[in-house]
Write a protein that binds this ligand. Structure first.
Ligand code: C5P
Length: 325
Protein backbone atom coordinates (compact mmCIF):
# COMPACT_ATOMS: atom_id res chain seq x y z
CA UNK A 1 0.00 0.00 0.00
CA UNK A 2 1.18 3.51 -0.67
CA UNK A 3 2.40 5.82 2.07
CA UNK A 4 -0.63 7.89 2.87
CA UNK A 5 -0.61 11.62 3.15
CA UNK A 6 -1.49 13.79 6.09
CA UNK A 7 -5.10 13.99 4.85
CA UNK A 8 -5.73 10.26 5.17
CA UNK A 9 -3.95 10.10 8.54
CA UNK A 10 -6.17 12.94 9.82
CA UNK A 11 -9.25 11.07 8.58
CA UNK A 12 -8.19 8.00 10.57
CA UNK A 13 -8.01 10.12 13.70
CA UNK A 14 -11.53 11.40 13.02
CA UNK A 15 -10.35 14.90 12.23
CA UNK A 16 -11.58 16.83 9.19
CA UNK A 17 -9.73 16.17 6.01
CA UNK A 18 -7.76 18.94 4.31
CA UNK A 19 -8.87 18.30 0.78
CA UNK A 20 -6.90 20.54 -1.48
CA UNK A 21 -4.97 23.74 -1.70
CA UNK A 22 -7.05 25.02 -4.61
CA UNK A 23 -8.92 28.08 -3.32
CA UNK A 24 -12.41 26.98 -4.34
CA UNK A 25 -11.89 23.52 -2.82
CA UNK A 26 -12.29 21.96 -6.29
CA UNK A 27 -9.61 20.27 -8.32
CA UNK A 28 -9.87 20.66 -12.09
CA UNK A 29 -8.32 18.33 -14.65
CA UNK A 30 -8.23 18.55 -18.43
CA UNK A 31 -7.80 15.36 -20.44
CA UNK A 32 -7.49 14.80 -24.20
CA UNK A 33 -9.10 12.40 -26.66
CA UNK A 34 -6.93 9.84 -28.40
CA UNK A 35 -6.76 8.60 -31.94
CA UNK A 36 -4.85 5.54 -33.14
CA UNK A 37 -2.34 6.33 -35.89
CA UNK A 38 -1.83 2.63 -36.30
CA UNK A 39 -3.88 -0.20 -34.82
CA UNK A 40 -2.93 -3.79 -35.58
CA UNK A 41 -5.11 -6.37 -33.90
CA UNK A 42 -3.97 -9.92 -33.07
CA UNK A 43 -6.11 -12.94 -32.22
CA UNK A 44 -8.56 -12.96 -29.32
CA UNK A 45 -7.01 -14.05 -25.99
CA UNK A 46 -8.58 -16.42 -23.47
CA UNK A 47 -9.60 -13.39 -21.34
CA UNK A 48 -11.64 -11.99 -24.26
CA UNK A 49 -9.22 -9.16 -25.06
CA UNK A 50 -7.09 -8.96 -28.19
CA UNK A 51 -3.35 -8.50 -28.19
CA UNK A 52 -2.57 -5.46 -30.25
CA UNK A 53 0.13 -3.07 -31.31
CA UNK A 54 -0.98 0.51 -31.63
CA UNK A 55 0.44 4.02 -31.88
CA UNK A 56 -1.74 6.27 -29.71
CA UNK A 57 -1.79 10.02 -30.39
CA UNK A 58 -3.49 12.53 -28.06
CA UNK A 59 -5.32 15.41 -29.79
CA UNK A 60 -6.68 18.75 -28.57
CA UNK A 61 -10.26 17.71 -27.97
CA UNK A 62 -10.67 17.78 -24.18
CA UNK A 63 -13.03 16.67 -21.44
CA UNK A 64 -12.83 18.69 -18.21
CA UNK A 65 -13.30 17.01 -14.85
CA UNK A 66 -13.83 18.69 -11.48
CA UNK A 67 -13.48 16.68 -8.28
CA UNK A 68 -14.54 18.09 -4.92
CA UNK A 69 -15.15 16.68 -1.45
CA UNK A 70 -18.65 15.17 -1.13
CA UNK A 71 -20.91 15.51 1.89
CA UNK A 72 -20.31 12.63 4.35
CA UNK A 73 -22.20 9.48 3.38
CA UNK A 74 -23.09 10.65 -0.16
CA UNK A 75 -20.62 8.36 -1.97
CA UNK A 76 -19.73 9.27 -5.54
CA UNK A 77 -21.96 11.91 -7.16
CA UNK A 78 -21.39 12.33 -10.89
CA UNK A 79 -22.83 15.27 -12.82
CA UNK A 80 -22.53 15.64 -16.59
CA UNK A 81 -22.53 18.66 -18.86
CA UNK A 82 -21.33 19.54 -22.36
CA UNK A 83 -22.40 16.95 -24.95
CA UNK A 84 -22.55 13.79 -22.85
CA UNK A 85 -24.94 11.63 -24.87
CA UNK A 86 -27.77 9.65 -23.38
CA UNK A 87 -25.97 6.57 -22.11
CA UNK A 88 -23.26 7.94 -19.85
CA UNK A 89 -23.91 6.39 -16.41
CA UNK A 90 -23.92 8.66 -13.37
CA UNK A 91 -23.56 5.97 -10.69
CA UNK A 92 -20.56 3.95 -9.58
CA UNK A 93 -20.51 2.33 -13.03
CA UNK A 94 -19.29 5.64 -14.48
CA UNK A 95 -15.60 5.00 -15.20
CA UNK A 96 -14.52 8.18 -13.39
CA UNK A 97 -16.41 7.08 -10.25
CA UNK A 98 -14.84 3.62 -10.54
CA UNK A 99 -11.45 5.27 -10.79
CA UNK A 100 -12.10 7.22 -7.57
CA UNK A 101 -13.21 4.06 -5.72
CA UNK A 102 -10.26 1.94 -6.88
CA UNK A 103 -7.73 4.68 -6.14
CA UNK A 104 -9.22 5.23 -2.68
CA UNK A 105 -9.13 1.51 -1.89
CA UNK A 106 -5.54 1.16 -3.03
CA UNK A 107 -4.66 4.08 -0.72
CA UNK A 108 -6.47 2.56 2.26
CA UNK A 109 -9.50 4.90 2.15
CA UNK A 110 -12.82 3.11 1.84
CA UNK A 111 -16.07 4.34 0.30
CA UNK A 112 -14.91 7.87 -0.56
CA UNK A 113 -17.39 10.77 -0.67
CA UNK A 114 -16.52 12.72 -3.78
CA UNK A 115 -18.37 14.88 -6.22
CA UNK A 116 -17.25 14.47 -9.84
CA UNK A 117 -18.31 16.96 -12.51
CA UNK A 118 -17.62 15.96 -16.12
CA UNK A 119 -17.88 18.43 -18.99
CA UNK A 120 -17.77 16.31 -22.10
CA UNK A 121 -16.45 17.26 -25.51
CA UNK A 122 -15.02 13.85 -26.41
CA UNK A 123 -17.73 11.79 -28.17
CA UNK A 124 -19.25 8.94 -26.16
CA UNK A 125 -18.51 5.47 -27.64
CA UNK A 126 -16.90 7.30 -30.55
CA UNK A 127 -13.56 5.48 -30.76
CA UNK A 128 -11.67 8.30 -29.01
CA UNK A 129 -11.44 6.77 -25.51
CA UNK A 130 -13.71 9.35 -23.88
CA UNK A 131 -14.64 7.16 -20.88
CA UNK A 132 -11.02 6.16 -20.38
CA UNK A 133 -10.03 9.84 -20.50
CA UNK A 134 -12.51 10.67 -17.72
CA UNK A 135 -11.14 7.80 -15.60
CA UNK A 136 -7.58 9.07 -16.06
CA UNK A 137 -8.67 12.58 -15.13
CA UNK A 138 -10.42 11.30 -11.99
CA UNK A 139 -7.21 9.51 -10.93
CA UNK A 140 -5.17 12.69 -11.31
CA UNK A 141 -7.86 14.82 -9.62
CA UNK A 142 -8.44 12.49 -6.65
CA UNK A 143 -4.71 12.05 -6.09
CA UNK A 144 -4.54 15.81 -5.58
CA UNK A 145 -7.85 16.09 -3.71
CA UNK A 146 -6.85 13.47 -1.14
CA UNK A 147 -3.18 14.50 -1.18
CA UNK A 148 -2.08 10.94 -1.84
CA UNK A 149 1.61 10.29 -2.08
CA UNK A 150 1.40 8.11 -5.19
CA UNK A 151 3.96 8.06 -7.96
CA UNK A 152 3.03 8.42 -11.62
CA UNK A 153 4.21 4.82 -12.14
CA UNK A 154 1.76 3.54 -9.49
CA UNK A 155 -1.02 5.64 -10.99
CA UNK A 156 -0.34 4.00 -14.38
CA UNK A 157 -0.79 0.60 -12.73
CA UNK A 158 -4.19 1.59 -11.32
CA UNK A 159 -5.08 3.03 -14.74
CA UNK A 160 -4.38 -0.32 -16.44
CA UNK A 161 -6.86 -2.00 -14.07
CA UNK A 162 -9.58 0.41 -15.19
CA UNK A 163 -9.26 -0.08 -18.96
CA UNK A 164 -6.92 -0.68 -21.87
CA UNK A 165 -6.79 2.99 -22.93
CA UNK A 166 -6.60 4.61 -19.47
CA UNK A 167 -2.78 4.51 -19.06
CA UNK A 168 -2.36 6.37 -22.36
CA UNK A 169 -4.90 8.99 -21.30
CA UNK A 170 -2.66 9.71 -18.30
CA UNK A 171 0.46 9.93 -20.42
CA UNK A 172 -0.74 11.64 -23.60
CA UNK A 173 1.46 12.84 -26.48
CA UNK A 174 2.31 9.89 -28.78
CA UNK A 175 3.03 6.39 -27.53
CA UNK A 176 3.18 2.76 -28.63
CA UNK A 177 0.68 0.53 -26.84
CA UNK A 178 1.10 -3.25 -26.62
CA UNK A 179 -0.57 -6.05 -24.66
CA UNK A 180 -4.26 -5.09 -24.74
CA UNK A 181 -3.06 -1.47 -25.20
CA UNK A 182 -2.22 -0.82 -21.56
CA UNK A 183 1.58 -1.24 -21.84
CA UNK A 184 2.83 2.06 -23.20
CA UNK A 185 6.15 3.56 -24.21
CA UNK A 186 6.65 7.11 -25.52
CA UNK A 187 7.25 7.68 -29.24
CA UNK A 188 9.34 10.64 -30.35
CA UNK A 189 7.66 13.11 -32.73
CA UNK A 190 8.41 16.57 -34.07
CA UNK A 191 6.10 19.46 -34.67
CA UNK A 192 2.37 19.47 -34.69
CA UNK A 193 -0.07 17.54 -36.85
CA UNK A 194 -3.41 19.09 -37.86
CA UNK A 195 -6.50 16.91 -37.80
CA UNK A 196 -10.11 17.27 -38.73
CA UNK A 197 -12.31 15.14 -36.52
CA UNK A 198 -15.69 14.15 -37.94
CA UNK A 199 -18.17 13.07 -35.27
CA UNK A 200 -20.87 10.72 -36.51
CA UNK A 201 -24.44 10.23 -35.38
CA UNK A 202 -24.76 7.40 -32.90
CA UNK A 203 -22.23 5.18 -31.26
CA UNK A 204 -20.32 1.96 -31.92
CA UNK A 205 -19.70 -0.05 -28.74
CA UNK A 206 -16.07 -1.24 -28.69
CA UNK A 207 -16.87 -4.92 -27.86
CA UNK A 208 -19.25 -5.12 -30.85
CA UNK A 209 -16.56 -3.83 -33.21
CA UNK A 210 -14.00 -6.34 -31.90
CA UNK A 211 -16.61 -9.11 -32.28
CA UNK A 212 -17.21 -8.03 -35.89
CA UNK A 213 -13.43 -8.06 -36.44
CA UNK A 214 -13.31 -11.67 -35.16
CA UNK A 215 -16.14 -12.61 -37.52
CA UNK A 216 -14.39 -10.98 -40.50
CA UNK A 217 -11.12 -12.78 -39.72
CA UNK A 218 -12.96 -16.10 -39.26
CA UNK A 219 -14.50 -15.46 -42.71
CA UNK A 220 -11.04 -15.08 -44.30
CA UNK A 221 -10.35 -11.32 -43.95
CA UNK A 222 -6.59 -10.65 -43.84
CA UNK A 223 -5.20 -8.06 -41.44
CA UNK A 224 -2.93 -5.40 -43.02
CA UNK A 225 0.70 -6.50 -43.49
CA UNK A 226 3.66 -4.79 -41.89
CA UNK A 227 4.58 -3.08 -38.64
CA UNK A 228 4.83 0.50 -37.38
CA UNK A 229 8.54 1.11 -38.24
CA UNK A 230 7.82 3.43 -41.20
CA UNK A 231 5.14 5.32 -39.23
CA UNK A 232 7.49 5.92 -36.29
CA UNK A 233 10.20 7.18 -38.67
CA UNK A 234 7.68 9.49 -40.39
CA UNK A 235 6.50 10.89 -37.04
CA UNK A 236 10.07 11.79 -36.18
CA UNK A 237 10.24 13.99 -39.31
CA UNK A 238 6.97 15.75 -38.41
CA UNK A 239 6.06 15.80 -42.11
CA UNK A 240 2.32 15.06 -42.54
CA UNK A 241 2.89 14.01 -46.16
CA UNK A 242 5.13 11.21 -44.89
CA UNK A 243 2.87 10.29 -41.99
CA UNK A 244 -0.32 10.05 -44.10
CA UNK A 245 0.43 6.89 -46.09
CA UNK A 246 1.47 5.04 -42.92
CA UNK A 247 -1.84 5.41 -41.05
CA UNK A 248 -3.56 2.04 -40.62
CA UNK A 249 -6.47 0.73 -38.57
CA UNK A 250 -7.38 -2.97 -38.64
CA UNK A 251 -10.70 -2.19 -36.96
CA UNK A 252 -11.74 0.12 -39.79
CA UNK A 253 -13.08 -2.77 -41.85
CA UNK A 254 -15.17 -3.95 -38.89
CA UNK A 255 -16.52 -0.44 -38.23
CA UNK A 256 -17.42 -0.05 -41.95
CA UNK A 257 -19.11 -3.40 -41.96
CA UNK A 258 -21.32 -2.33 -39.02
CA UNK A 259 -21.78 1.23 -40.36
CA UNK A 260 -21.36 1.27 -44.18
CA UNK A 261 -22.18 5.01 -44.38
CA UNK A 262 -18.78 5.78 -42.85
CA UNK A 263 -17.23 5.00 -46.24
CA UNK A 264 -19.01 8.11 -47.61
CA UNK A 265 -17.51 10.25 -44.82
CA UNK A 266 -13.98 8.94 -45.51
CA UNK A 267 -14.44 9.49 -49.23
CA UNK A 268 -15.78 13.04 -48.78
CA UNK A 269 -12.87 14.06 -46.51
CA UNK A 270 -10.19 12.99 -48.96
CA UNK A 271 -12.12 14.45 -51.94
CA UNK A 272 -12.27 17.78 -50.09
CA UNK A 273 -8.51 17.93 -49.62
CA UNK A 274 -7.35 15.83 -46.63
CA UNK A 275 -4.11 13.91 -47.07
CA UNK A 276 -5.91 10.83 -45.81
CA UNK A 277 -8.73 9.76 -43.51
CA UNK A 278 -9.23 6.79 -41.20
CA UNK A 279 -11.75 5.56 -38.68
CA UNK A 280 -10.58 6.41 -35.16
CA UNK A 281 -10.10 3.27 -33.04
CA UNK A 282 -13.36 1.30 -33.05
CA UNK A 283 -15.25 4.25 -34.63
CA UNK A 284 -17.59 5.72 -35.66
CA UNK A 285 -15.55 8.96 -35.44
CA UNK A 286 -13.41 9.54 -38.55
CA UNK A 287 -10.19 11.58 -38.49
CA UNK A 288 -8.49 13.34 -41.38
CA UNK A 289 -4.83 14.30 -41.51
CA UNK A 290 -4.25 17.68 -43.15
CA UNK A 291 -1.23 19.50 -44.62
CA UNK A 292 -1.45 22.24 -42.00
CA UNK A 293 -3.73 24.65 -40.14
CA UNK A 294 -5.28 26.35 -43.18
CA UNK A 295 -6.00 23.07 -44.94
CA UNK A 296 -7.65 21.77 -41.73
CA UNK A 297 -9.80 24.85 -41.14
CA UNK A 298 -11.15 24.88 -44.70
CA UNK A 299 -11.71 21.12 -44.72
CA UNK A 300 -13.61 21.33 -41.41
CA UNK A 301 -15.95 23.96 -42.87
CA UNK A 302 -16.55 22.07 -46.09
CA UNK A 303 -17.06 18.71 -44.42
CA UNK A 304 -19.61 20.26 -42.04
CA UNK A 305 -21.47 21.52 -45.14
CA UNK A 306 -21.88 18.03 -46.63
CA UNK A 307 -24.45 17.00 -44.02
CA UNK A 308 -22.74 13.59 -43.73
CA UNK A 309 -21.54 14.13 -40.15
CA UNK A 310 -22.97 15.25 -36.80
CA UNK A 311 -20.25 17.82 -36.17
CA UNK A 312 -16.68 18.61 -37.11
CA UNK A 313 -13.69 19.83 -35.08
CA UNK A 314 -10.19 21.00 -35.93
CA UNK A 315 -7.61 19.59 -33.48
CA UNK A 316 -3.84 19.39 -33.19
CA UNK A 317 -1.65 16.67 -31.78
CA UNK A 318 0.27 15.62 -29.89
CA UNK A 319 -0.89 17.14 -26.58
CA UNK A 320 -0.09 16.01 -23.02
CA UNK A 321 -2.32 13.61 -21.05
CA UNK A 322 -4.53 14.33 -18.01
CA UNK A 323 -3.26 17.45 -16.22
CA UNK A 324 -4.43 19.74 -13.40
CA UNK A 325 -5.32 23.20 -14.66
O1 C5P B 1 -10.29 -2.22 -21.82
P1 C5P B 1 -11.64 -1.69 -22.16
O2 C5P B 1 -12.62 -1.90 -21.04
O3 C5P B 1 -11.61 -0.27 -22.65
O4 C5P B 1 -12.16 -2.55 -23.38
C1 C5P B 1 -13.49 -2.53 -23.78
C2 C5P B 1 -13.79 -3.77 -24.61
O5 C5P B 1 -13.09 -3.70 -25.86
C3 C5P B 1 -13.33 -5.08 -24.00
O6 C5P B 1 -14.30 -5.60 -23.16
C4 C5P B 1 -13.12 -5.96 -25.23
O7 C5P B 1 -14.37 -6.44 -25.71
C5 C5P B 1 -12.62 -4.98 -26.26
N1 C5P B 1 -11.14 -4.96 -26.34
C6 C5P B 1 -10.46 -6.04 -26.90
N2 C5P B 1 -9.10 -6.01 -26.99
C7 C5P B 1 -8.40 -4.94 -26.55
C8 C5P B 1 -9.06 -3.83 -25.98
C9 C5P B 1 -10.45 -3.87 -25.89
O8 C5P B 1 -11.09 -7.01 -27.32
N3 C5P B 1 -7.06 -4.94 -26.67
Amino acid sequence: MWVRSRASRLREKGRPEMATDVQSGDVRVRVPAKINLSLRVGPARPDGYHDLTTIFHAVSLFDEITVAPGAPGTGRRVTLSGSPGADVPIGDDNLAARAAVILARRAGLSDPDVSIGITKSIPVAGGMAGGSADAAAALVGCRRLWRLDISDADLLEVAAELGSDVPFALMGNTARGTGRGEQITAVLTSGELHWVIALSQGQLPTPAVYAEWDALVAGGHQPADGDDTALVAALRTGDPERVAPELVNDLQQAALSLRPALADVLHAGTELGALTGIVSGSGPTCVFLCRGRENAISLAAELAGTGLVRSVRHAVGPVPGARLF
